[in-house]
Design a protein around this ligand. Structure first.
Ligand code: KIV
Length: 273
């Protein structure tokens, strides 16, 4: 009789080795149920700081805290067994110094069991990324549209529309890759630039609003499921869960109002045996 193989998570070296190979499938997750359902389909689940906007209704990601990330990160790790789980470092918890970044990242990983952290920024963060990696913390970079810099960018704007803006973003991606990040999220950049970056760096690029030219893709799960009424233009909806939930809630309300639930004794066993 053959025993079923225990589920094994995708590892950091395995994900890194996907450069130029089979595209990396990735989604965000913030809770056990979503993690459980998405896990078999994904190589990576990201506990993104987009949680602030998507789940908590904030205007930006800036007020997300380490404690929020730890609580939701733990849930995603517990809900999954296959995908690599990476967790975002919130604004203000890593930029000050490599030491600050190490303290925050080590705490997040210990609290959650996540295998990696992601942080935003290119050239300016390269030293910090290298510091973390040399101390056992795998890092994913994030360049292009970096939502934590919303106030510097003057909004959530596509980057690299003009060719003049390309060298700075290319330099960011190269710096992150050279610093040892095992992959790079490339967000909101024009397609030709995303393709150039993907050719230039030695680690997989994971695109969001950056064309199919990247080594993989990530989407915010609630956006692609139709649970978020305001989504960026590039997002394709792969489901219409808002409609499905609305119909279920309406049906529930109807049965309550009509008192059409089954009799209590039919649904609630008197004892366990
Ligand atoms: O916070 C997030 O969800 C992200 C993805 C959009 C890449 O960083």
């Amino acid at each position: 009789m053959s025993a079923q193989k225990p589920a094994r998570r995708v590892t950091v070296p395995e994900l890194r080795a996907r450069k130029g190979g089979e595209p990396i499938v990735s989604l965000t997750a913030y809770d056990v149920a979503t993690a459980r359902i998405a896990d078999p389909h994904c190589d990576m689940l990201l506990v993104g700081d987009s949680i602030g906007m998507v789940l908590y209704g904030m205007d930006s990601t800036l007020a997300v805290t380490l404690e929020m990330m730890a609580a939701h990160g733990g849930a995603v790790v517990r809900g999954s067994s296959h995908a690599l789980v990476a967790i975002d470092m919130p604004f203000g918890t890593y930029e000050q110094s490599p030491e600050q970044a190490f303290e925050s990242a080590a705490w997040l990983m210990a609290q959650t069991g996540a295998q990696a952290v992601k942080l935003e920024g290119g050239v300016a963060m390269a030293q910090t990324i290298n510091f973390l990696i040399r101390r056992g913390i795998p890092v994913i970079g994030h360049v292009g549209l970096t939502p934590q810099a919303v106030n510097v960018m003057g909004g959530f704007k596509v980057q690299g529309k003009e060719r003049a803006g390309w060298p700075a973003i290319e330099a960011d991606a190269e710096a992150v890759s050279d610093a040892g990040a095992f992959s790079i999220v490339v967000e909101g950049v024009a397609e030709p630039l995303a393709r150039r970056i993907t050719q230039q760096v030695g680690v997989p690029t994971i695109g969001i609003g950056a064309s199919a030219g990247c080594d993989g893709q990530i989407l915010v799960t609630e956006d692609m499921l139709g649970l978020n009424p305001r989504v960026p233009k590039f997002v394709r909806r792969f489901g219409e869960l808002e409609q499905a939930m609305d119909a279920a809630f309406a049906e529930y309300a109807r049965t309550v109002k009509e008192r059409s639930f089954p009799a209590e004794e039919e649904t609630y066993p008197a004892s366990d045996d």
